[in-house]
Each structure stands twice: as structure tokens, then as C-alpha cells.
Design a protein around this ligand. Sequence first.
Ligand code: PMV
Length: 366
Amino acid sequence: MSAVREFLFGLSGKSLPQSGNYAWKSPSNIALVKYWGKSEPQIPKNASLSFTLSQSHTATRICFEKKTVSEESRLEIFLDGILKEAFRPKVAGFIERINEYVPYLNFYHINIHTHNTFPHSSGIASSASGLSAIALCIMSLEKEMNPGMSESFFKQKASFLARLGSGSACRSIEGEIVVWGKHESVKKSSDLFGVKITEDIHPVFHHFQDTILLVDEGEKEVSSSLGHNLMIGHPYAEERFKQANENLKKLLPVLSSGNLNEFNRIVESEALSLHAMMLTSQPSFILMKPNTLEIIEKIRAFRKRSQLDLCFTLDAGANVHVLYPKKNTEPVKAFIISELAPLCQNNKYIMDESGPGAAQIFEGSS
Ligand code: PMV
């Protein structure tokens, strides 16, 4: 595929700063309409929609140091102050992949310090928050060379770059609700970057609660890139892509009307369809654990008996996200503590909620 011209960067006539030091914190996100299946280069087969989270995020500082012509570029990544050789191939691959859009990086040594607010082994993917934070730091360096850049271009290109690292990472730049993938019902939607939904969001969806139940803290058995690839030639692929786009179309009026009944129905159906794709791919794989199913049953039983609005969604893993409006926090939290936490590994869960997206960290702020 040919390069996307609007995001190319011409080096001629630009003076590169001697060094730069930028920090961003970028959140994870949880898809309500799922992206599962792509074509090169990270073009989604259907549009997806997510809540941007706030508590689960990655804080990343990057120091760029201009190198001499004869020097090899250095890339070092530290997690909580410890050098992580194991992270190098993924980050180096990302930098390589975005090279034509950020050619200035070839002139720098890159030193990355990163910290996740969620445990590394929690089963929460750190790729969305981690790669979007890196993309934002790179954009801060680019802004130094192009100070007139608009804020919207800054965010759009950050989302574009993050997408080339990990698809869903492009939905982590802004909040509270982001769509990625061209969709007839979302103005300016694009396969290349996420767009924030601004119009007509019912107040019930502000600070929407997401309690992440850590059912299995182990590393995922099947990576999401492998899972995406298994959608190639999948017998249900075309219907699934159609279903996701239809669900997104149905969800938009629900997001403005605040019809939580319909919200719960669509969101749960999306989660189960995602896992149905895994169950029916060749080879098949199962990421849910027995406790995932038990939690789902308990959520449905509690909803019926309490008449409270709450629902579940799943990522590509065994953990369960319990979604509910802020006003229901007290009774739902009591239910989670008494009935769901015992089904989590070491009783662990994370209380999170939808939030505004990434933010720059300045010296002295956190
Ligand atoms: O961004 P990736 O390649 O890790 O894929 C993410 C896939 C899901 O989390 C399962 C769904 C989604 O839309 O986030």
C-alpha cells in the first residue's frame, strides 16, 4: 500500500533539536464493538468502538539524543527503572514500521522509561496504552520541528502511528468514546486513525464504570495478532464483519438515548461473538476459563434479580469487564466483592471508568 501522504514528514529545511525529553500518560481502552480481523497495514475489517479508560494507563518518558553520523542508533527500554531487553524487538519493529512517517528518528538515540499502573501479568494488554504513549512522545518531538502543527493533527497522527504498532492502540489517544474504522454512520471515521465521538452522548455514559475482574493473570496463550490472522479464511468472517458494523450502527442511537437495556444486549453479544470466532477458527482456541463463564452467569442472574443495569464484555483473554453506570456503583460493587471477586485470581480486580484520553506529563506533575 502506498504511503499516506498527509502524515509524511519532509526533513528538508528542518533543523533537528539536539535533544528532547517528553512524557505522556496514555490509557488502555475497552472495545464495546470489537475489532477482530485485519488486512495489511493494520487496516481493520470492520469498524470498532471503545470506551477509553482512565486508571489503567502507561506513563512513558522518552529522551531523544541526537547521535553523530557514524554512531549506531541506541534504543533502550526501561520498565520501572529496569532495562528490558525483551521489549526491544517489539518497539524496534514499531519504530521501523513507522519510519517513513517519522524519518527524523533515524538521527537520534532513543531512551524509553515506562511504567504501567496495572500489573504487567494482569492479562490487561499493555500494547494499546504503551504504544500510544510512545507515539505521543514521538509527536512531541515532531512538534518541536513543526511548532505550527494543530492539536487535531497532532492527535490524529499520534493515533495513526499508534495504529501501526497495535491496531486498538489508535483508540487510546482521546476519550471517552472512540470509533476506529470507516463507518457510514460516523462522520470523518477512518481506517487509519481513531475519531472521538462528540455529539449526543447521554450523560449516563460519562464516567461509565468498568471493573476489570482478573480471572487469569497469566500471559495470553494466543496473541491477538495470531487471532486476527485466523480470521483469514474463517468460515464466518464475512458475516462477523457485517454484524460488527451493524452493531456499531445500532449502538450509536443507544449512546445518545441512554437505553441501557439495548446497550447491555449489544455489548454482551459483541463479547460473545468475538469469542465465538475463536471457538470456530482453525485451529480453534479458547481464552475463557471456567470462572469467566461462572462470572457471566452470575452477572446475568444479578441483573435479573436486582433489575439494575450492568453488563459484561470480554477482551482477547479470560478477564471479565463489568460495565455499569456510575449511579449503580454502590450495589454493583457490593455484588462484585461478595460474588465475583472470589472467582478472580487472588481476589483481584481493578476499578476503572471511562475517561478523557491521554495527557502530557510535565516536570513536577504526575
Ligand atoms: O489491537 P490488537 O491487535 O491487540 O487487537 C485487539 C483485539 C480486541 O482487544 C480483542 C478487540 C478490540 O477491538 O480491542
